[in-house]
Design a protein around this ligand. Sequence first.
Ligand code: GDP
Ligand code: IMO
Ligand code: MG
Length: 431
Amino acid sequence: MPAIVLVGAQWGDEGKGKATDLLGKDVDYVVKFNGGNNAGHTVVIGGEKYALHLLPSGILTPGVTPMIGNGVVVDLEVLFHELEALAARGVDVAKLRISANAHLIPSYNRILDKVTERFLGKRRLGTTGRGIGPTYADKMNRVGLRVQDLFDESILRQKVEAALEVKNHLLVKIYNRRAIEAEEVVQELLQYAERVRPMVADCGLELHQALEDGKTVLFEAGQATMLDVDHGTYPFVTSSSATAAGACTGSGIGPTQIDRVVAVFKAYTTRVGEGPFPTELHDEFGERLRANGFEFGTTTGRPRRCGWADTVVGRYSTRINGVTDYVVTKLDVLTGFETIPVCVAYDVQGERFEEMPSHQSDMHHAVPIYEDLPGWSEDITGCRTFDDLPQNAQRYLLRMEELLGARISVIGVGPGRDEVITRYSLLGDDE
Ligand code: GDP
Ligand code: IMO
Ligand code: MG
């Protein structure tokens, strides 16, 4: 039984939540290994819509043990808010496990995230304002707070005081804000301690044992390859490891335990926030993609920037993540376009790039080179096999498969749980 990593191949919002939900019935654990409540996953089950931010999407499937790994940053207020909202809708949330080593997002980091963005003005990153960047910075700076600190009040207080000693200078002297009382923060965090305690687990050990026992574990990434702090369009990225390798450091399992890597690729491209995006459209086609795909952020409600599919990004994702299978989502959104351009390479000041430019400035100057593929007009939302799809939709996928360099195993033709075409098993048991 396999360990499967599921990642986003573009700039997020590819439909990872739905893909995880799709696998839900076949897996025993769903582990979130990076990011925090900057993520927004919409899952539609039987016409009911669920929006998840901090919790792994697997929590919606009865029988699955959801886990928040050490690589995640946890906002406790959000955690309990989401848990309560799901419980009120009849979702069983009792099995949730949280790593003692996961870092906490204290309120001062939410404030710092927002004031820093404001301060940066035109140079802002367009963060979600959830305190993600400052919390990962504290982790690397070794002044972070961890879940386990909730159970040692004096250590927690010392750490908060030490952190605020520096941060209050920043807040008051640079950002012109009021100083924050350490005790306020300590009490804010401690109020959740006893509710968190029963969820805390040695996640790495539990996962190791689960895999030894032949259980299936799905590692669900937040964000995506191009937002990864190492491999994305730095500095226009998030602050965590959103690529497949992050599943190991963010959960405590070894690389040799991973069997498959599934990447989710939207049939076109979207991005929220700032940063380079070569295939972005500023015309009526972009508007149409946004309207047809309902491209507005699940977390911040911001309209997403839209553009055609970019297979330079896709090939890069295949390589960086070691992708075994693709889930191509939202193919239905392309219905009705007469021609569908696909970016196959970049032109950077006269030079052709088939692969991702290694210098960020080149990415900023990249002009997409398109191959025009013929579109289709038939409604495809009812298609359930590859052969049901119109000839041109099949052609689009087959060409995409060639350009991505990994098989397309699942195709999304609508937001609903059953609106998919499965060509190959994501568990790899048909190989
Ligand atoms: P995530 O962050 O990667 O989980 O993706 P989001 O949930 O932020 O955004 C994906 C959106 O597309 C959600 O609203 C999904 O319900 C929707 N979606 C997923 N797959 C499909 C699909 O195949 N077709 C359509 N039309 N919508 C889809
Ligand atoms: P899911 O999991 C799309 C973007 C933000 C911003 C940058 C940094 O739903 O795909 P941060 O708050 O993380 O410091 O912001 O990253 N971003 C996302 N974009 N989908 C997401 O998550 C994102 N999470 C962060 O818009 O540009
Ligand atoms: Mg999202």
